[in-house]
Design a binder for this molecule. Structure first.
Ligand code: PLP
Length: 373
């Protein structure tokens, strides 16, 4: 017996975006590849490695494209993401998050057999079970210490607490101490460029001081990792930074452009939507709400339409405020939305509909979607 009532066939390759049903997640591959080349070139020019965060794209296909363009490997926010990327052939994987609990330790040992991960730790309580399990399996895993450089999230305090943990890690069986990281995520949206530069440099100086203390204590510190899209152009200029994690840059979004003032990169990710209701002249409702788009970090925008404001999203409705010049829009008309924050938008979708030159050329899974463990 057929139980599926899903008659929506996959769109044919060669289709234009207007031939796709809405809402759906569309990726312009030419734009994404240009963004990838731009970030890789900026890092390469400074001799800084690029380890792009994959939390935003969740795709081994994209991670491989980044590596092909010169990235060192990838950064992940979840062990599950690292597993997906490793299965897709990406070996050098920083899991820039804390891995706790016996289930994950077992999975990390399995991951170490097929890839070369780097874990981030900020306590012995995290590192000891990993070291023990790796040693029992006859393996070693690289570990870096996440230092709190002002974000006040995870991380050791700079100075003596970090030094003490590094000393313990450098002697721990099953662990290869590989360096430090910090994330200057609290400084991305400072409006004044001079202030932003000074504050990011001051935060990264904490990593420099820490590295100096480690080296003085005879502990090599090859990795100094930091940075997101909103800061990487500053962070790559810092003398002690060896690699940056900027990831969302490949998609670009309204948050990076307008709040972080990231120049040059173009919008690769869009969501076509359809107007489903015109309750008043000033108001249009689209078929995309919070289950399609994200508003928390930064509201989405309508591409090329400064006369339309995304005013409010409920679960499955999006409310647009129309200036007089936009009030001719009708039910059935389509618009193109640029995600406010690509990271939290992609996580809502199953597929990337990939375009080149305005034609659908592929459909990729958002492979690590739902890999929250
Ligand atoms: C540890 C870490 N590194 C880097 C980033 C930046 O990622 P992106 O470049 O995608 O904004 C984040 C973002 O949350 C992060 O938590």
């Amino acid at each position: 017996m057929t139980t599926s009532a899903n008659v929506a066939a996959s769109p044919p390759l060669g289709a234009t975006v207007d031939e796709l049903d809405t809402p759906c997640l569309c990726l312009d591959l030419d734009v994404m590849e240009a963004n990838i080349r731009a970030v890789a070139a900026a890092c390469g020019k400074r001799g800084v490695a690029w380890r792009p965060h994959a939390k935003g794209h969740k795709s081994s296909t994209i991670a491989r494209a980044e590596v092909a363009a010169g990235a060192l490997g990838a950064t992940c926010a979840k062990l599950g993401e690292a597993e997906v990327l490793a299965a897709g052939g990406v070996r050098d994987l920083l899991i820039a998050n804390m891995i706790a609990g016996p289930h994950k330790v077992r999975r990390l040992v399995a991951l170490r057999k097929i890839a070369d991960p780097v874990i981030a730790v900020d306590s012995l309580a995290l590192a000891e079970p990993v070291g023990k399990a790796m040693a029992e399996a006859g393996l070693r895993v690289r570990a870096i210490i996440e230092v709190d450089i002002g974000l006040n999230r995870v991380g050791t305090q700079p100075g003596e607490p970090t030094l003490a943990l590094a000393k313990a890690l450098s002697k721990m069986p099953g662990i290869e101490f590989a360096g430090i990281m910090g994330y200057e995520g609290h400084l991305l949206t400072i409006d004044d460029p001079t202030e932003k530069l000074a504050k990011i440099n001051a935060a990264l100086d904490i990593l420099s001081d820490t590295k100096r203390q480690l080296v003085a204590a005879g502990i090599p510190c090859p990795i100094v990792s930091c940075a997101g899209t909103g800061s990487y152009l500053i962070s790559i200029e810092h003398a002690d930074v060896t690699e940056v994690q900027a990831g969302g840059a490949i998609f670009m979004d309204v948050f990076y452009r307008e709040k972080c003032r990231v120049p040059d990169l173009q919008f690769a990710l869009t969501v076509p939507v359809t107007i489903v209701s015109r309750p008043t002249p000033e108001r249009a409702i689209i078929d995309a709400g919070r289950k399609t788009l994200n508003v928390e970090v930064c509201p989405p925008q309508v591409l090329g339409r400064s006369d339309i404001l995304v005013k409010r999203l409920s679960a499955e409705h999006g409310e647009l405020e129309l200036a007089p010049s936009a009030q001719g829009l009708k039910v059935g008309d389509r618009l193109t939305i640029v995600p406010g924050y690509a990271d939290l938008t992609v996580a809502l979708h199953d597929k990337f509909h990939c375009f080149r030159g305005g034609k659908l050329v592929d459909v990729w899974d958002v492979e690590a979607r739902g890999r929250l463990t």
